[in-house]
Design a protein around this ligand. Sequence first.
Ligand SMILES: [Zn+2]
Length: 137
Amino acid sequence: MKELSVYYCPGCGRYNYSRPLAHMTCPVCELPLKRLTSYSGFCRLNEEERDKLLVEKIIAGNPAACSRFLAYIRSCSSGEAAALQTPDPRCLESENQKLNETIQWMHQTIWDLLLKNKELEQTLEKSPTKAGRTGKR
Ligand SMILES: [Zn+2]
């Protein structure tokens, strides 16, 4: 008797456990299922490792799946985070530049706010009526 194997759909990542059969198709995509690994090997993996194995296999067998994954990831995240997935180093450079500028801008804004706060404090200190200082300890 042959050992159980794990079969997966290269289109949607659904999988099932089965003995080798001549013809199995995904009930959703109707694509022929491919063998992923042995059942016993699959059982040793945790959920995360199983997903990783599936994703690796799907991408290896179908490079177009990469763009589908990326499109999905991008749809779930902001533009900046998605751009970090871009393998083109020139894109990364300009993206890093943009991030650095954002950080600099944030620092400048925080600094400006701190300065304004200090000015406000000094103004209040000088104020003879001590207006607005009631809340201060
Ligand atoms: Zn499928």
